[in-house]
Design a protein around this ligand. Structure first.
Ligand code: GRF
Length: 206
């Protein structure tokens, strides 16, 4: 089976990107990361890409002579023509036109059990702080296809963890990251094997 072309969008440390790079290297994911695109200039994820010889670019959020962020992002992805786009800790909202064009080909990882603690303003540490503040007994991670909403797409996998009374936002983040990595790699691997089938709001594993 030919290797699928993957584009990874990042904003931060890139631990999810690293998990993807490692899974591509050990052929768990039958794909090739063609490009890493960041909306933050100093995202360590860009260094991870460079260390692995993966082309990477930073696209400035504010308008530039090359056009808006959205336009530059669309143009770069049009150039690459990826089969799969993975949002790995990416904090910008994608243009609707992009989501429509790559329908059921964009995967996102979110550090909660959607539909809890998600939507506008719920990302990274803010999610864990809200979980602790609410006092829920379980939380988890969700990997889903991206649709026109925010964290509203069809869910591929979820995995729960217990929240103890001693947990803080920091300990929760640490507990969840390896789970996120596992879910994201599993979803990307199955996508590249063409074993994810979206039927309305449900995702079936073939
Ligand atoms: C993590 O909080 C993760 O939950 C979210 O993005 C944050 C950074 O992830 N998806 P990474 O280390 O940059 O992949």
């Amino acid at each position: 089976m030919p290797k699928l072309k993957i584009a990874v969008l990042v904003s931060g440390n890139g631990s999810n990107l690293q998990a993807l790079i490692d899974a591509v290297d050990n052929e768990r994911i039958l794909g090739r990361i063609e490009i890493v695109i960041s909306d933050r200039p100093n995202a360590f994820a860009l260094q991870r890409a460079e260390q692995h010889g993966i082309p990477s670019i930073y696209i400035e959020k504010k308008d530039s002579p090359f056009g808006s962020f959205d336009l530059q992002l669309m143009n770069k992805l049009d150039e690459i023509q990826p089969d799969l786009i993975i949002l790995a800790g990416f904090l910008s909202i994608l243009p609707t036109e992009l989501v429509k064009k790559y329908q059921s080909k964009i995967i996102n990882i979110h550090p909660s059990l959607i539909p809890a603690f998600c939507g506008k303003g719920f990302y990274g540490e803010k999610v864990h702080k809200a979980v602790i503040a609410y006092g829920v007994k379980i939380t988890g991670a969700t990997v889903q296809f991206v649709d026109e909403g925010t964290d509203t797409g069809p869910i591929i996998f979820q995995q729960a963890v217990e929240v103890s009374n001693e947990d803080t936002a920091e300990t929760l983040a640490k507990k969840l990251l390896p789970i996120e990595h596992g879910l994201l790699v599993k979803a990307a691997a199955l996508f590249c094997q063409k074993r994810l089938k979206v039927e309305g709001r449900r995702v079936k594993i073939l």
